[in-house]
Ligand binder design. Structure first.
Ligand code: PLP
Length: 454
């Protein structure tokens, strides 16, 4: 009998005992190919000796020093690396203020989002605009489960039970070509039209009230890897700039190399004012998150309040930063970004070949080793399955039976929960493992569809 409980309060879970590259092994010896890294966490697989050694060395020398008193070499070096790799703004005026050259460390994704929201609000206060009290975010988004992150998150069903406790936030449509692009509309035109929903919302609520626009660069936990249309985020950046509104990009899932670029927004040619990362930063070896903060915001707060009114006991934890640093060194030394792009293409081709004509697969999409599948009851009408069938949960269960970890989710489509599968295998995944992934996913999907047919 277990005294632990999780989201599914009662369901018994296998006991995970060891990891071997892309596999997790349970107490019965069963091997599971980890095709989702939990939820896009385990980018180096589960047994990276270098990362483990780096964490152990830090634990041997000093496990923890409170950031109110000390900095550590691991934290400083990790920040240096992140800043050096961060996307650079084009143009002189922007370059001065928008360079992401400060890093605020936390222990996970929700904490990163909370810190970004508060940094943005404090920057508004410190530049003399206390009337800015509202965030705009997008429907079908996920930013975490703490109250601030939940308020900006776009799934109404997640917010509902806690609504009286949440700060007000406005939501616009996501950039979601499969469902929102019009017939005959080019990708570029769709990108601009989708971005213009922000302008409309700003006009509706009043620009003087808006602190920041918050968005995942590539949507993850609600829709299964939906990349933005071309030009979408450049237009969003322009709109924000015109109204003095900050841009917060949440790359908790899509960042740290998942898309084949260390920062996903680099591919979209935009630099946000605040950039949230976590998951792949510690790669599961340590709980770690961070906010990259622009020089402009840092200087504004420095010249105003003089300090950031925030903090957590474990911010910048020494062993977590040592783990994160070792992960970054491994990604660079092993030249893993080109590998992610190559294996991402290999995965996407396999998914297209196997599921491209599947009667219940509506869409396949993604970037790098961040791929998603949307399931529909009717491909022509794009009708989601009846949520009470719990197709995504059945796929998860059937995949676990087959020895595959994928990340099915019930995202919301026009107010109805739909079924999606997120795939985020480790950057070290081999071609043969991609074959195993595709075979087992097909097996799990068939079994789950057979379950609901009965
Ligand atoms: N933001 C995004 C985009 C996420 O996908 C997640 C988690 O899935 C979070 C924030 C929250 O991160 P955490 O679960 O580490 O608090």
């Amino acid at each position: 009998m277990t005294h632990v409980f999780h989201r599914q309060l009662k369901s018994p879970l296998p006991v995970a005992v060891s990891g071997q590259g892309a596999y997790i092994i349970d107490s019965t010896g069963k091997r599971y190919l980890d095709a989702s890294g939990g939820a896009a966490v385990s980018c180096l697989g589960h047994s990276d000796a270098e990362v483990v050694a780096a964490v152990k060395a830090q634990l041997d020398s000093l496990p923890f020093a409170h950031t109110g008193f000390f900095t550590t070499e691991a934290m400083e070096e990790l920040a240096d690396r992140l800043v050096a790799a961060a996307p650079r703004p084009a143009g002189e005026a922007a370059a001065r203020t928008r360079t992401l050259d400060k890093v605020y460390f936390v222990s996970g994704g929700s904490e990163a989002v909370e810190a970004a929201l508060k940094l943005a609000r404090q920057a508004c206060l410190d530049r003399g605009e206390p009337g800015r009290d509202l965030f705009i975010a997008r429907r079908q988004s996920y930013h975490g489960n703490t109250l601030g992150a939940l308020a900006v998150g776009g799934n109404a069903w997640r917010r509902e039970p806690f609504q009286p406790l949440l700060m007000p936030a406005e939501h616009i449509a996501p950039c979601y070509a499969y469902r929102e692009q019009l017939a005959g509309e080019s990708d570029a035109d769709y990108g601009l039209r989708a971005a213009d929903a922000l302008e409309e919302k700003i006009q509706e609520v009043g620009a003087h009230r808006v602190i920041a626009f918050v968005a995942e660069t590539v949507v993850g936990a609600t829709l299964g890897a939906v990349p933005p249309a071309p030009g979408y985020f450049r237009r969003i950046r322009d709109i924000c700039d015109r109204h003095g509104i900050l841009l917060i990009l949440d790359e908790v899932m899509s960042g740290m190399g998942r898309t084949g670029h260390l920062f996903a927004c680099a591919e979209d040619g935009v630099v946000p004012d605040l950039l949230c990362i976590a998951k792949g930063l510690g790669a599961g070896y340590q709980p770690l998150g961070a906010v990259l903060c622009s020089a402009g915001i840092y200087d504004t707060i420095q010249g105003g309040t003089g300090y950031f009114q925030h903090g957590h006991t474990y911010s910048g934890h020494a062993a977590a930063c040592a783990g994160g640093l070792a992960v970054q060194k491994a990604i660079a030394a092993r030249d893993l970004m080109p590998r992610v792009r190559k294996m991402g293409t290999a995965l996407s081709e396999r998914l297209q070949a196997r599921f491209g004509n599947h009667p219940f697969v509506g869409d396949l999409r993604g970037r790098g080793l961040f791929q998603g599948m949307e399931l529909v009851a009717d491909r022509g009408a794009k009708t989601p399955f009846d949520p009470s069938l719990k197709l995504n949960a059945r796929i998860k269960a059937r995949a676990m039976e087959a020895g595959l970890i994928c990340y099915p989710m019930g995202g919301t489509i026009d107010g109805v929960r739909g079924d999606h599968v997120l795939l985020a295998p480790p950057f070290i995944v081999e071609e043969a493992q991609l074959d195993e992934l595709t075979d087992k996913l097909a097996q799990a999907l068939d079994a789950a569809l057979a379950d609901i047919a009965h």
